[in-house]
Design a protein around this ligand. Structure first.
Ligand code: GDD
Ligand code: MN
Length: 378
């Protein structure tokens, strides 16, 4: 349906209607004390834009950020809150926010006031004039500074930037930026190819674009966070590695399966350690050692998968226990399949190592698929 046709079908209530030109998506997790100030600043700097909207995408923050946003939105219809329950993830939050608007220009900005919102009108102007498909707020462009960052954080950020640039061939001074604006057509052309994992949506967009995007960078100084805590942790680094893997293999190897397998390998080490302790050190019967080791290793795998592999759907409270039960059950059946396949192959004179590996592979795939469907179901 064209805009013209839509007007005929749904005549505007009040004439003349000013079409929404810009949507600013703000991802939040525990930003209650920042969001009000950000919305105020956004409104102030966007006075020149005839019609804009702001979509705050909140992942059910325990500090009730969503309720705070809705309270503000009561007097400001251009502010909306998209609250996601049982989900986590900065990139996916931004993607879903951008999918929830009809605006032709889409921006993403952090809620913690670290990005310089006064850049937005200039970003919009560049898109309006058709000088770029995507405008990035860059921390490393010549005049950009990062005050308040310790050396470690700076080096880490530098390293990730270099790695991203090298591996994916992206030529941009700050491909890790979380502050950018792009045209809807550019977003729609790429949205189905995005990994949507972790923090680095911009990089994801840049490397997934079917045709190279015309990119402009605007420098700004990254402000220190005054209130609340950063959500960047080791898991974010894992997410980053997974996204790179996803992009480099063209999505061939599911990122979650890789993590699941790595966790499984770590579980094997745990298993052997417990077995060694119970059987060799304590001198208990082998069966007791093997049983204890299996239970401990399964629980270890479950806990680690819950924190890492399925971090975005992490189970908590009594659902954690419930998930543990399903996991142990699924992996128990997986172990049977493993032994069954290995025994069958071995009986058919397949070399023992090959039989064993085939059994392990079948068990691993079974465990992955079944737990994905029944333990960490969406
Ligand atoms: N909805 C949602 N879900 N929002 C999230 C989540 C999540 O799981 N995790 C973080 N956020 C929100 C935060 O509330 C904040 O508004 C924004 O995303 C950035 O998170 P920070 O925790 O402040 O990250 P940072 O400052 O270390 O890094 C950010 O800024 C860098 C510089 O622009 C990120 O945006 C990086 O991607 C970016 O490179
Ligand atoms: Mn921040």
């Amino acid at each position: 349906m064209t805009t013209q046709e839509a007007r005929l079908l749904f005549p505007p209530a009040t004439d003349p209607v000013v079409p929404v030109e810009l949507c600013v998506v703000v991802p939040t997790y525990n930003e209650r004390d920042n969001i009000g100030r950000l919305l105020e600043r956004l409104e102030r700097c966007l006075v020149g834009v005839a019609a804009f909207e702001i979509i705050v995408v909140d992942d059910d923050s325990p500090d009730r950020t969503a309720a705070a946003v809705r309270a503000i939105a009561q007097s400001r219809p251009w502010v909306r809150c998209l609250q996601r329950i049982g989900r986590r993830g900065l990139s996916s939050a931004c993607i879903e926010g951008m999918l929830a608007t009809s605006a032709p220009c889409l921006a993403v900005i952090d809620a913690d006031l670290q990005h310089d919102e006064t850049l937005l009108p200039r970003m919009l102007e560049l898109l309006r004039r058709g000088e770029a498909d995507l405008v990035v707020g860059s921390r490393y462009a010549e005049s950009a500074l990062v005050p308040g960052w310790d050396e470690r954080r700076w080096l880490l950020s530098r390293f990730a930037t270099r790695l991203g640039q090298k591996l994916l061939g992206v030529e941009l001074s700050d491909p890790m930026s979380g502050f950018f604006m792009l045209r809807r057509e550019a977003f729609e052309a790429v949205v189905r190819r995005l990994s949507g994992i972790g923090f680095k949506l911009l990089l994801d967009i840049l490397v997934s674009a079917p045709t190279p995007l015309r990119v402009k960078e605007l420098a700004y100084s990254f402000r220190p966070r005054e209130v609340g805590a950063s959500k960047l942790d080791t898991r974010v680094a894992v997410d980053f590695a997974l996204m790179l893997l996803d992009k480099l293999t063209g999505g061939l190897i599911p990122a979650r399966f890789v993590l699941f397998a790595v966790v499984g390998a770590a579980g094997l080490v745990v298993h052997l350690a417990v077995l060694g302790f119970v059987f060799r050190f304590l001198g208990e019967p082998f069966v007791a050692g093997q049983a204890a080791a299996t239970l401990v290793a399964m629980s270890f795998n479950y806990a680690l998968n819950n924190e890492l592999t399925y971090r975005d759907r992490r189970l908590r409270g009594w659902r954690w226990l419930e998930g543990w039960g399903s996991f142990v059950l699924a992996c128990g059946i997986g172990a049977l399949a493993n032994v069954g396949v290995a025994a069958q192959l071995h009986a058919e004179r397949t070399p023992w190592l090959l039989s064993a590996l085939a059994g392990v592979a079948v068990g691993a795939v079974w465990n992955y698929v079944v737990t994905a469907l029944y333990v960490w179901k969406r």
